[in-house]
Design a protein around this ligand. Structure first.
Ligand code: MLT
Length: 259
């Protein structure tokens, strides 16, 4: 389905009925990364899966896709769907956006699942690397970004089918959308000061072999968010929902049953 907002088109799917769950994808992928979770959830929950601006079937803009802008897009989509409270599940960049939903629309967040993400902002070296990668995307295209990112996204012994699936998703992403999100992530605000105020049930999930947001980063989040629990997924890197969907889904379902 499509939703027009501020002159852009946001593509999304809604499946099932029950407690609404919003699945917010990572960079540089799309809502398609959640297929295994949608299959599991749709028989008991209402699952909302957007393609963020610049990704999947949504509009691609050249202005930076900042985290507050992408959170506003999602707020507008949820309002359009007449949803007042949702469980927000965000993986990596999806987690950065979840923090902005919490910051600006806290009443909308019924519970939180943060996977392979961090609350801290980019230090200057990381900001510079993002700009380099934005220019690589613009001049060399999605394939160059796939080659750069794939080895860091997945565990070293990842299933070749998963590697192929992630490569395909990256290759399907518009380079301009990648560049816009890289520039948006580079200027994201630090969310550390929000953590002690999180009062909603929170589940943290991380891949044991994630080199982008290693387990220590997830443990720091757990220490800072009162009452949160942490599941570390063995034999998974930065995308445990794709690499070990059964373990990821079991942790998610157990959490959803509890809230
Ligand atoms: C992601 O998976 O969304 C990205 O790795 C996030 C980032 O580059 O910080």
């Amino acid at each position: 389905m499509n939703f027009e907002h501020n002159g852009i088109n946001l593509a999304y799917t809604v499946r099932g009925s029950g407690l609404p769950i919003l699945l917010v994808h990572a960079f540089p992928l799309s809502g398609a990364m959640w297929t295994a979770q949608v299959h599991m959830l749709e028989s008991h929950y209402q699952v909302i899966v957007p393609d963020l601006r610049g990704f999947g079937q949504s509009s691609v803009l050249t202005t930076p896709s900042t985290m507050p802008i992408m959170a506003d897009d999602l707020y507008a989509l949820l309002t359009h769907l007449r949803l007042q409270k949702v469980v927000v599940v965000g993986l990596s960049m999806g987690g950065y956006i979840a923090f902005e939903l919490l910051r600006h629309y806290p009443r909308m967040v019924h519970a939180l699942v943060l996977a392979d993400t961090r609350a801290t902002a980019d230090p200057p070296e990381a900001q510079a690397a993002r700009e380099t990668n934005a220019q690589i995307a613009e001049t060399q295209g999605a394939a160059a970004i796939a080659e750069l990112m794939l080895p860091r996204l997945l565990a070293p012994d990842a299933d070749p089918e998963v590697v192929a699936q992630v490569r395909e998703m990256i290759l399907a992403t518009a380079p301009a959308g990648m560049a816009a999100a890289l520039r948006g992530m580079a200027v994201r605000a630090d969310a550390t000061e929000l953590l002690p105020y999180i009062r909603v049930p929170t589940l943290l999930i991380g891949g044991e072999q994630d080199v982008l947001t290693p387990p220590t980063v997830m443990q720091e989040l757990q220490n800072a968010i009162d009452g949160s629990s942490l599941t570390l997924v063995p034999r998974a890197g930065h995308l445990p929902n794709l690499e070990q969907p059964e373990v990821f889904n079991t942790a998610l379902l157990k959490f959803l049953h509890r809230i």
